[in-house]
Design a binder for this molecule. Structure first.
Ligand SMILES: NC(=O)c1ccc[n+]([C@@H]2O[C@H](COP(=O)([O-])OP(=O)(O)OC[C@H]3O[C@@H](n4cnc5c(N)ncnc54)[C@H](O)[C@@H]3O)[C@@H](O)[C@H]2O)c1
Length: 323
């Protein structure tokens, strides 16, 4: 089985490459190395998984990796601009990466390799700020979509394109609307990847800035659990084709930012200095994925308890980030 992973040296990409390498898939990674830190993932993969082919390219520069697209059985599209903040500072970069280049890839597949399975990593941000929710309970795929911020618009548009390319052209697309994902090989920063960012601040004994009151709730999903869902979707393509799945750590792994800080204080045995800033635009007060559809169709549920997954992330940071 040949698999092409865009954004392949990023956080989810690296973990996906490791997972499928262990299953003996033939793997090619496309990445423009724009995310700070990911060259370390590329170095790790070259050293430990020398059979993986890494091509440095923008997703939109199809000519640089045309041959690899044509022979792929599976494409997992992870590349993109990932931060809401950056999308507000530079909407055109966000548009180019998440809509335009994504469209070029999808449409190239339509014309040249329409039998491949294509996975798209969307986001719970497609549901907007969810301010209308009266009762806080897990969110399923029937929730009204409502794009807020250029990032919401770009990810949400691409999400709908992938679903529509199944309806209209019969492409084998699957969309995952992912909650907050965390784990090894993640270079979290204040703008994106907050669990990894918070853990790193503890490691380096640096202050944390919280936007809002810190009581926002998120269901935290360990990266290996997410990748298992990708695998199940590929294995059960007849059931997963054309589907959209909400996917997150679920109610058992739902924590507020302040609760995560408490867990980190216990782990590192000291109190960190916290600064509070104004709530960010479009920030959801509560997001927990219902995970029912994916359980029913693919038999998937999150396996990793947050406190265990967090320890794995911290151990990786201790070994891989310079103190
Ligand atoms: N991590 C999360 O919590 C989360 C949650 C929901 C959705 N997602 C989505 O999952 C995907 C992967 O996220 P991640 O956390 O691994 O992010 P990441 O930043 O670690 O990985 C993305 C990779 O894509 C590369 N890239 C960016 N623009 C590119 C382009 N135009 N062409 C080629 N490469 C490009 C970056 O260099 C990076 O290595 C993203 O599309 C993101 O929107 C992530």
């Amino acid at each position: 089985m040949k698999i092409l992973i865009t954004g392949g040296v990023g956080f989810i990409g690296t973990n996906t490459a490791i997972y499928f390498s262990k299953k003996n898939y033939q793997i090619t990674l496309i990445d423009n190395f724009s995310r700070v830190g990911v060259e370390k993932n590329a170095f790790f993969l070259k050293k430990n998984f020398p059979k993986i082919k890494i091509i440095k390219s923008d997703v939109g520069e199809i000519n640089k990796y045309k041959k690899e697209i044509l022979i792929s059985d599976v494409i997992i599209h992870l590349a993109g601009q990932t931060a809401v903040t950056t999308s507000i500072k530079n909407p055109s970069l966000d548009f180019s990466s998440n809509i335009y280049q994504t469209f070029l890839l999808l449409d190239f597949l339509r014309k040249n390799n329409s039998s491949s399975i294509i996975i798209y990593s969307s986001t719970n941000k497609v549901y907007g700020d969810l301010k209308h929710l009266k009762k806080l309970s897990p969110i399923d795929e029937s929730e009204k979509i409502d794009f807020i911020s250029p990032y919401g618009c770009s990810k949400g548009s691409a999400d709908l394109y992938f679903l529509d390319y199944h309806r209209i052209f019969g492409l084998k697309t699957i969309v995952f609307r992912q909650s907050c994902v965390y784990g090894k090989h993640q270079f979290g920063v204040e703008d994106q990847g907050w669990v990894a960012h918070f853990a790193k601040q503890f490691l380096f004994k640096k202050p944390i800035t919280i936007f809002g009151d810190g009581k926002q709730i998120r269901d935290l999903l360990y990266v290996d659990d997410l990748i298992e869902a990708y695998y199940l979707a590929i294995k059960n393509i007849k059931k997963s084709v054309g589907q959209v799945f909400n996917i997150g750590g679920g109610i058992k792994n739902a924590y507020s930012l302040l609760e995560v800080i408490k867990i980190l204080e216990n782990e590192f045995k000291y109190k960190i200095s916290i600064k509070f800033e104004k709530e960010r635009i479009g920030d959801q007060k509560y997001f927990v994925s219902k995970n029912e559809k994916i359980k029913k169709i693919l038999g998937w549920k999150p396996k990793t308890d947050f406190k265990i997954g967090l320890k794995k992330l911290i151990n990786w940071q201790k070994e891989n980030l310079k103190i």
